[in-house]
Write a protein that binds this ligand. Sequence first.
Ligand code: SF4
Length: 334
Amino acid sequence: MEEEARFWENIRESDVKCNLCAHRCVIKEGQRGICRVRINRGGKLYTEAYGAIASLAIDPIEKKPLYHFHPGSLAFSISTASCNFRCLHCQNYALSACGLDEVSYRYMGVRSLIDRVKENRCDGIAYTYNEPTIWYEYTYDCSKAAHEEGIYNVYVTNGYITEEPLREIAPYLDAMNIDIKGNDAFYRKVCKAKLEPVLDTCRLARSLGIHIELTYLIIPGYNDDNQSIESFCDFVAGDLGGETPVHFTRFFPYYKMADAQPTPYQTLLRAYTIAKAKKLDFVYIGNVLDREHNSTFCPRCNSLLIERSTFNTHLVGLEGNRCRNCGRRIPIVL
Ligand code: SF4
């Protein structure tokens, strides 16, 4: 359903500039922005994606991945079509590489969505599978309504949202999993974007009190060198704090990178070792069957706190948000 968009300005006659994400597209009348779902009609910007649900599922929150946020809870997970990035390796390209005219979708109003979340006994809503920023207006309205019902909201995002919309949604946005995909050269070559706005979003989200976890998908030959992984870890340790959970995930050849190699397990272990040497407390390895590197241990006494196997989660060593053995505070939202 089409609605007038937010965060745009008129420039030059009927051209508009969208300020929702760091692309800040200048859009001529009748044209759409890079995300394909925001259109200039008559010198005004409209979102075509309001309530247009192209994908819907009920997922464990661990699948996002969010390991330190309501562990074991269920997230009603929704997306629309398209994206504001053009990642060559996109693992969800059937949705994100298409416009709304190329996928099947159905309209769901805010009230209907909240009712579905409750009917299905979900604890929260995840705006996921494609970039949630591009249908911001809908995610904002849903998040606000969800909070009134005690339902949490999470973004699984590339972090390209700009400051003003993030500040506005922050009171209703409980957690974000933000991808950091590589160094700036990687962003420019593989995603047609830049790194710095993503880092800005991480810092701002942290300062606004949103729970954040980071995902770094390791692609052999692209972002698996020690220097790229060390830079990522230095940023986390220096700008966000060593208690920020990070997830190194395994890449599988896909989409326009079907010729690349899957990430060897040893590479994931190397990244894990680097991150631990950089004093990151909560480091995980994803997209592999590895109970040890998916479970949470106390950074002080090494007691097992949360055991995870595939998406089965057991809280075994926590007393509230403290280690039952040594009493250390564990940064986890329960
Ligand atoms: S949200 Fe879409 S239209 Fe707006 S700046 Fe980003 S890509 Fe461009």
